[in-house]
Design a binder for this molecule. Structure first.
Ligand code: KG4
Ligand code: ZN
Length: 344
């Protein structure tokens, strides 16, 4: 089963060709980060316009790289939410046109589910665009998935394909949002996550003991307090410029400690033998290392997608779509873009 998948929920325009929900034939990702950088965040109007400019060439490139043509496709999958409404509509319109013209099924995909399904993609190196070295097994149900992106932070018990029990969410900022806001406050660039990740390697994570909100309290998260603690620390220490690496390393450690502690506790409580990570923040090297170490200590298998499949990409959309197509769950042509689509 060959699926063309499209992802335009935020600021990446991506198209992929995925076979049987696992094998990545191509996964083309065009990032708009350069256009949004100077504003310190994503400008939705610019995002929609940039998607329109590149969507057709990106789809063609995905087909060319996969060495297939439109006629080889069995279905078209597309993210229809959550995300920026104008951005979603660009991908959705393209997907509908292709599915209609080819008379093949259209499959609308929830972006958060797609992130979870990045864990089902074959992790062997496939193409020049998808150089990965890890080769891990698919997670076995039930497993705990920590979904950590720019807009969401959730702990989910994945009981089967499409069966999710959300056991915890953030009550304020998402983890990625906290990284981005702290980086913006410190004026060290955008997006904050990868910049802080890199800079933290030069700093001491125990230099400043930032608060770990709600560490021992249920499965919900709260990150705005850590962000405020960083701001307060900077205001009290006028010479903070010399300690920025220590500052970001300590901030990152506080976030990672909370994420790792709660995820491991959730796996134990819900008797899950595996943990999977999903979303842009799972690219964070401190989180990857921390959860792998703790998982090993506790005898829990930890699965993390390779970096390129953690942040937004269309291959993960194709992975989820395969299982829906197998169950005959396709979408009608009046499928709408839903900015605040929920997982469960
Ligand atoms: O999943 P994603 O690509 O887009 C959304 O669906 O939101 O996640 C983007 C988020 C941004 O907040 C970005 O700063 C964060 O993921 N991120 C990271 C890293 N790489 C991306 N956060 C921490 N460390 C990283 N290495
Ligand atoms: Zn995402």
């Amino acid at each position: 089963m060959l699926i063309l998948s499209i992802e335009t929920s935020c600021d990446e325009t991506s198209a992929a060709v995925v076979k049987d929900g696992s094998e990545i034939f191509s996964n083309i990702i065009s990032s708009q980060v350069e256009f949004h950088k100077k504003y310190g965040g994503i400008v939705p109007e610019i995002a929609s316009r940039k998607h329109i400019e590149v969507i057709n060439p990106i789809i063609q490139e995905a087909l060319d790289n996969a060495k297939v043509t439109f006629k080889d496709l069995d279905a078209v999958a597309v993210t229809h939410g959550p995300g920026l409404i104008g951005s979603l509509i660009v991908g959705l319109s393209a997907a509908k046109s292709i599915a209609y013209a080819l008379n093949i099924p259209l499959i609308g995909i929830n972006h958060l589910e797609a992130h979870i399904y990045a864990n089902f993609l074959n992790r062997k190196p496939q193409t020049a665009n998808c150089k990965t070295t890890e080769n891990l097994k698919n997670p076995k149900f039930p497993f705990i998935c920590l979904v950590v992106s720019g807009g969401h932070t959730m702990l989910v018990v994945v009981e089967g394909h499409g069966k999710y029990k959300v056991i915890g969410r953030t009550r304020d900022d998402a983890a990625g949002e906290a990284f981005d806001k702290v980086a913006r406050f410190l004026k060290i660039g955008y997006p904050g996550g990868p910049i802080i990740d890199k800079m933290a390697k030069e700093g001491n994570p125990t230099a400043i003991n930032f608060t770990r909100p709600m560490l021992n309290d249920g499965f919900d998260f709260s990150f705005s307090g850590i962000k405020t603690a960083v701001v307060t620390h900077v205001k009290r220490n006028r010479d903070f410029q010399s300690q920025v690496p220590d500052l970001v390393a300590s901030f990152q450690q506080a976030i990672v400690d909370v994420l790792v502690t709660k995820t491991i506790r959730a796996a134990k409580k819900y008797k899950c033998k595996s943990i999977a990570l999903a979303g842009g923040v799972s690219a964070n090297s401190c989180l990857r290392k921390g959860i792998k170490e703790k998982g090993k200590e506790e005898g829990i298998t930890v699965i993390i997608p390779p970096l390129i499949l953690c942040t937004d990409n269309a291959a993960m959309v194709g992975a989820r779509a395969y299982y829906l197509l197998k169950e005959g769950k396709t979408s009608d042509f009046d499928l709408a873009a839903v900015a605040s689509l929920r997982l469960a």
